[in-house]
Design a protein around this ligand. Structure first.
Ligand SMILES: O=C(O)c1ccccc1NCC(=O)[C@H](O)[C@H](O)COP(=O)(O)O
Length: 224
């Protein structure tokens, strides 16, 4: 079974091209204005249309299938998400906020929702959720300027025995160098990265995107 990879916070054509070319399963656009990776729905749509056209042009040469689009929102209403969706064909909503909002988004927009949850102990791991998926990452600290995308990792062994209620992604502080260790310790089968493929906050590096995807997908490590 191949590990699935999400590259989050894509904000340039070169970075999106690298994510597609090297086989990312999901590409994430951050619609949170305080993020250094913020793009407007219109900007994300322009990046996506250019990439999709390039992919179609190259499809005769075995260019990879297009990844799914993850729209990342923090505390947004379903109406705001619906407005973003009028520009960009969002496949999945990644949501930071109250779980009640998750239900509203599912009901009003008929879109799958991944709920992001910060953990520091096994007791923080959800045993039930209305969400269609979970993004599990380190609990943020009070002083953190962002609820995610901070490069913080947590003790990956915390999820090793977890009976996740829905499919989940491991996130937080992942890089090409540590992703195999993270997979082995966490038993995750899907990973999500943002700062680990950047040279500075919000500055995505295509070569790091390539390295991360290849490292994550090089085959699962043997069981512990
Ligand atoms: O990436 C951001 O700027 C961001 C801003 C606000 C909320 C969430 C954000 N990112 C969420 C993600 O899915 C990141 O990929 C995830 O937190 C891992 O980030 P990193 O530790 O930088 O790899």
């Amino acid at each position: 079974m191949t590990v699935k990879v999400k590259i989050c916070g894509l904000n340039t054509s070169a970075a999106l091209k690298a994510a597609i070319e090297y086989g990312a399963d999901w590409v994430g656009f951050v619609f949170f204005s305080r993020s250094p990776r913020y793009v407007s729905p219109q900007q994300a749509a322009a990046l996506w249309q250019e990439a999709a056209l390039r992919c179609e042009d190259s499809s005769q040469h075995g260019m990879r299938a297009l990844p799914k689009i993850v729209g990342l929102f923090v505390g947004a209403s379903w109406q705001e998400i619906d407005s973003a969706r009028s520009f960009l064909p969002i496949d999945i909503v990644q949501y930071y906020g109250k779980v009640d909002y998750v239900r509203a988004i599912q009901k009003q927009l008929s879109l799958p929702v991944w709920h992001s949850c910060g953990i520091s102990t096994v007791d923080d791991l959800p045993l039930e959720t209305p969400a269609n998926g979970l993004v599990v990452e380190a609990k943020t600290q009070k002083e953190d300027p962002l609820p995610g995308g901070m490069g913080h990792s947590f003790d990956w062994s915390l999820t090793a025995q977890w009976q996740a209620p829905v499919p989940w992604l491991l996130a937080g502080g992942l890089t090409a160098k540590n992703v195999q260790t993270a997979l082995k310790q966490s038993m995750a089968r899907a990973v999500d990265v943002s700062s680990g493929v950047e040279t500075a906050p919000g500055k995505k590096e295509p070569a790091l995107i390539r390295d991360f995807i290849m490292a994550a997908k090089k085959g699962l490590p043997p069981p512990a």
